[in-house]
Design a protein around this ligand. Structure first.
Ligand code: SAM
Length: 365
């Protein structure tokens, strides 16, 4: 079986390592490729059949897609591949021709293997790159081709709101992909524990990527701008045994973080402090790891305040940080100046896709 796995751009290597670890635990043969056909934010996993022994000692087939949906912390979707194809020049083609190519391709695919005629289906599409067609056009065309093929076997049922089977069609540049979305309509990064919705919250998948980059070893850990608590909550859910602190200046967000932690079942694992990160040393004596999604100018309104905020914060961080820090922000110039002038060294930099932007991420020591 081939699975198309989606995640954020820029963390494919970390997601791959996670998937490889999870698949190793199953003891099945597998191969995981990052950015298949050059597509960012995607992995392709070829996986052999997996089995488990049930309570009565019988050998049963294990659904690898369900297993990944349940266990992964970095993936967004798990999609069973039906087919992929490169459509050269599709970006320049007139809508009619581009859609005809997609329709002709889908018509020949054995979609009847994936949906029973008695089951309802819908097509959800994702499109990225330069095309003269929209994702809605892709959904309609693919839906029509699937419907007509299924008509050979009975009377197909479309249900756009609550389908039993979701086909996912992706057109990314010249690459077209069709599969069955086993994740459903809500991406895995939307965690069920989130009851308080911070206006600038971090995707849980990216929070886990930052935690992987920090690689905390059990020592004291802080998110000094913790907002709704995404990073501390995800760390606690990973079973971190060290001290975890969530510091936030605004009462409303800190209260929201507590509600989220309560809903995640980890409220007792996190210290919540209402306080200012530019006075960090008043709140904590020393920490081994600091990981945070820093306030961005555009999100907090007063962009001019950012350089001073970062300078003051990194000055305080220099007083308390023992091991490593990982920070993500759009404010490249301000963070690099604050890191450099406070005696830290950047040991790794990468760009991560978040909220439609490529955001700068630094590991510092
Ligand atoms: C980008 S948000 C963090 C979002 C968080 N990662 C989440 O997922 O909810 C930055 C947070 O920093 C807080 N903040 C701004 N200035 C602060 C300061 N001086 N000290 C502590 N927190 C501050 C803001 O209120 C905001 O909640």
């Amino acid at each position: 079986m081939r699975l198309l796995l989606t995640t954020s751009q820029g963390i494919e290597d970390l997601a791959r390592a996670e998937v490889e670890n999870l698949l190793s635990e199953l003891g099945v043969p597998f191969r995981v490729e990052e950015k298949p056909l050059g597509v960012e934010g995607r992995l392709l996993a070829e996986v052999g059949e997996a089995y488990y022994t049930d309570g009565k000692g019988r050998k049963r087939e294990l659904s690898v897609s369900t297993y990944l949906n349940e266990r992964s912390r970095l993936l967004h979707r798990v999609i069973v591949e039906i087919a992929s194809e490169r459509f050269e020049g599709i970006g320049e083609e007139e809508p009619e021709n581009a859609l005809k190519r997609i329709e002709d391709f889908v018509k020949e695919l054995p979609v009847e293997r994936y949906v029973k005629v008695s089951e309802s289906f819908a097509v959800r599409s994702f499109r990225k790159g330069e095309h003269k067609i929209t994702s809605l056009d892709v959904s309609r065309t693919v839906g029509k081709a699937i419907f007509e093929r299924l008509e050979r076997f009975g009377r197909p049922k479309v249900n756009l709101d609550h389908p039993a089977v979701i086909f996912r069609a992706e057109l990314i540049g010249e690459i077209f992909f069709l599969g069955i979305d086993t994740t459903g309509d809500s991406s895995l990064h939307k965690r069920p524990w989130r009851v308080y919705d911070h206006p600038a919250h971090l995707k849980a998948s990216i929070a886990n990527a930052l935690i992987e980059l920090a690689n905390p070893d059990g020592g004291p850990f802080i998110d000094p701008f913790c907002g709704s608590g995404t990073i501390p909550i995800e760390l606690a859910l990973r079973g971190y045994t060290g001290e975890v602190t969530c510091l936030e200046k605004f009462r409303k967000h800190l209260y929201g973080a507590k509600m989220n932690a309560l809903s995640a079942g980890v409220i007792d694992r996190i210290n919540f402090i209402l306080g200012d990160a530019t006075k960090l040393s008043e709140h904590v004596e020393s920490v081994d790891f600091a990981v945070s999604n820093l306030p961005y100018g555009i999100k907090i309104g007063r962009k001019s305040a950012i350089p001073k905020l970062y300078m003051d914060f990194f000055g305080e961080l220099a007083e308390v940080l023992e091991k490593r820090g990982v920070f993500i922000t759009t404010e490249k110039r301000a963070i690099e100046k604050a890191i450099g002038e406070n005696g830290f060294k950047v040991i790794h930099h990468r760009l991560i896709g978040h909220g439609g932007l490529m955001v700068h991420t630094y590991i510092i020591e």
